[in-house]
Design a protein around this ligand. Structure first.
Ligand SMILES: [Zn+2]
Length: 209
């Protein structure tokens, strides 16, 4: 990371307008969270004690109903309405944005399953394209399905070889997974009372399990 540089109020406000949390704003500015926090706390806010407090509260409000515009990312509406070819963007990222920007509820469309795995907070939901065209992100064509309902209504999730691997006599490999909890997940967990607010953590989010 480059040597920390002073962050002007305009820079911080600009980052806040493009993000939903302080952590995301720090990432947007390509600086450490601690560095961002130090500067954001220095500037006055119209509604809160300072800009840091303002952005923290904003992030607690949940899924935004508006679309983010500008920046490097394409407007999601262009992908949803077919104006931009989705194939040049990461499907994983589009799926994440469909959820965080309020186009898809993070639950199985059939049974409403929405539980997270304790170890990494992932949810077993797959994005299904009803017409089989994986570039067609039109609202009526996409849905999230739990593994069971994907299996029952669409098809196999695991190949025969993968199932064989799961069920053979080799002990389950408890591999070390390195992961970083994203802002969206953390925010949801705090809302659900399952995690503490981000300021209670250090600057390094990478955890090992
Ligand atoms: Zn389901």
């Amino acid at each position: 990371m480059p040597k920390p540089k002073p962050l002007s109020k305009e820079l911080i406000k600009g980052a806040m307008s493009q993000t939903l949390s302080n952590r995301a704003a720090a990432r947007y500015l390509n600086c450490s969270y601690q560095h961002y926090k130090k500067w954001a706390k220095l500037y006055e806010s119209d509604t809160h004690d300072n800009l840091f407090e303002q952005h923290k509260n904003q992030s607690g409000k949940g899924i935004p109903k508006f679309l983010r515009s500008g920046g490097k990312e394409p407007a999601l509406t262009d992908i949803i309405e077919g104006r931009i070819d989705a194939s040049s963007f990461s499907p994983e990222k589009i799926k994440y944005r469909l959820i965080t920007e309020g186009h898809l509820l993070e639950e199985c469309a059939i049974c409403k399953f929405n539980e997270r795995r304790v170890s990494d907070y992932k949810m077993p939901l797959l994005l299904n394209f009803k017409d089989g065209n994986k570039k067609n992100y039109r609202k009526e064509n996409i849905e999230l399905l739990c593994y069971n309902h994907y299996f029952l209504t669409v098809g196999d999730i695991f190949s025969d070889k993968q199932i064989k691997g799961i069920e053979d006599h080799v002990p389950v490999n408890q591999a070390t997974v390195e992961w970083e909890m994203d802002d969206y997940t953390r925010q949801r967990l705090v809302e659900l009372g399952l995690d503490k607010p981000e300021e209670e953590y250090g600057s390094d989010l990478i955890s090992k399990i």
